[in-house]
Design a protein. Structure first.
Length: 500
């Protein structure tokens, strides 16, 4: 997908038609690829200048930028500097304050002193000062999967996907309706199947037809296009909210829209509608657990059992297995109970249809039983997982020292937790003697003191955020509050700082 600002569409005749790239744009695609390849080991600003030189030769500057945006996702940019830029700036600012910089000579002297403090030359120090700015980062690698033809094909698919960002409804006919409906379910979209003169049509919407509520589903509509375009024959008609004007977008297998590098949304088979429903609803939760469909077999005596699901904890090597026992025959229930009885050293949660009446038997086998009727309640499963999580957090917290002293001047709790292989919750009882906790970010007092000198009342919020960003602080609200400021908002576009 491309960003909305790179969308190219024709509105001729009241329609809404993507301006696809054609065979004639292959040389331009090749030149954009060559420009990236020719600027490996060079800063981004030179690459962007070279790409800008191509824009006058194209049908539209957005075509060059669209090709470049796709290739940039295949590229690696790094900060290259003799000294860490944050350290270089701190040393330079401290030296400048000591020297009292007024003119160029004073600045040169400050750079010399700062370089001596860090053991580098003044030139190396100056080269490091702002090397971490985006435009000065260096292109180190282009690991592109695409030649010119593939890049054109990927552009056309991405352009069509972007055109669907503001779709409020899709009407699709496909030669592979099974794959289409499966993808719709996985993407958590509402749908119905209608009979038309041209055959069955799948109508896909968000939770309501109100524009404000459905626009956020645009990216899901765009992802669905991969499955639609993967069929041999297909036709898609979309209603588009084009800045308040309703327009119709029509795409079909006759258009240059294909899936050049990735498969459509894969179909996942389930043994029952209850399992499918549970998996779809669980995927919408923001838990510290990953859902695995049909994990590795478990030995149960002389046979094996493949649980329906497993939950993998994100911060430790720990797995909980999950089985859904539906309305089965008595014989099958007895077989399943026997398998559970033979499992050893396995954490198993079993959702049991209440009509079976075997919850107590499952609990007697040291497994957790969750009763359900009709569908498994996500909350019941989440509550059990949180019990495991509390125990895992407590265990990981015991392994941590009473105090931690991160090397970085500014670091988020999330990064500290990740570096120790624990969740953020495990850090609740840990002290950080060298840092102040500002929001969810650890900041050394010396950094806060320096920020207090740089940020002042009356400063534009955008300017203050830039200063904070140079220090690696993304939570500007918490940082400004800690410095004693609040924002006097001027509409939605920004504001200025004032003392609290």
């Amino acid at each position: 997908m491309l960003t909305k600002d790179l969308l190219r569409v024709s509105r001729a005749g009241g329609g809404y038609r993507p301006r696809f790239a054609g065979r004639e744009h292959r040389p331009l695609a090749a030149r954009v690829i060559g420009t990236f390849q020719g600027h490996v080991d060079e800063p981004r600003e030179r690459l962007e200048a070279a790409l800008a030189d191509l824009e006058p030769e194209a049908d539209h500057f957005k075509l060059v930028r669209g090709f470049a945006a796709l290739l940039e996702r295949e590229a690696t940019f790094e900060t290259r500097a003799p000294v860490d830029p944050v350290r270089a700036r701190r040393a330079a600012f401290e030296a400048a304050e000591a020297v009292g910089v007024v003119g160029d000579d004073d600045r040169a002297m400050a750079l010399v002193r700062a370089g001596e403090a860090l053991g580098v030359s003044a030139d190396d120090l100056e080269a490091s000062l702002y090397a971490d700015l985006e435009e000065r980062q260096v292109l180190t690698e282009l690991d592109s999967r695409w030649g010119p033809d593939e890049l054109v094909a990927q552009y056309n698919l991405s352009l069509a996907q972007t055109a669907l960002f503001d779709a409020t409804e899709l009407r699709v006919r496909s030669s592979d309706p099974k794959a289409l409906v499966s993808a719709v379910k996985r993407l958590r979209l509402m749908y119905e199947i209608r009979k038309t003169d041209a055959g069955r049509e799948v109508v896909v919407t968000g939770p309501t037809r109100l524009f404000r509520a459905t626009r956020r589903y645009g990216t899901r509509f765009a992802r669905l296009l991969r499955t639609v375009a993967g069929a041999e024959e297909w036709r898609l008609e979309a209603t588009i909210d084009d800045r308040g004007t309703e327009r119709t977008l029509v795409l079909s297998d006759a258009d240059p829209v294909s899936v050049p590098t990735a498969a459509p949304v894969a179909e996942v088979s389930f043994d029952s509608a209850v399992e499918a429903d549970f998996a779809a609803r669980f995927s919408g939760l923001d838990l510290e657990w990953d859902l695995i469909r049909e994990p590795e077999p478990l030995a149960t005596g002389t046979r094996v059992m493949i649980p329906d699901f497993a939950f993998d904890y994100s911060h430790a090597d720990f797995r909980v297995y999950f089985e859904i026992m539906g309305f089965w025959t008595p014989e099958y229930v007895e077989k399943k109970l026997a398998q559970l009885a033979d499992l050893e050293d396995v954490d198993m949660v079993v959702a049991v249809d209440e009509s079976l009446g075997v919850g107590e038997e499952i609990a007697a086998r040291d497994h957790r039983a969750i009763p359900y009727t009709g569908s498994v309640r996500i909350k019941d499963v989440a509550d059990v997982l949180r019990e495991y999580e509390r125990a895992l957090v407590a265990e990981s917290a015991l392994a941590l020292p009473e105090a931690l002293t991160p090397d970085a001047d500014v670091v988020t709790l999330e990064d500290v937790a990740a570096s120790h292989g624990v969740s953020e919750d495990a850090l609740d009882g840990v002290a950080f003697p060298d840092h102040d906790l500002v929001g969810r970010t650890l900041i050394r007092p010396v950094v806060l003191e320096a920020l207090a000198e740089e940020i002042e009342a009356g400063m534009a919020l955008s300017e203050a955020e830039a200063v904070l960003g140079e220090r690696g602080i993304s939570d500007s609200s918490a940082a400004l509050s800690a410095l004693g400021y609040r924002v006097a908002w001027e509409g939605l576009s920004g504001g200025t700082l004032e003392e609290r």
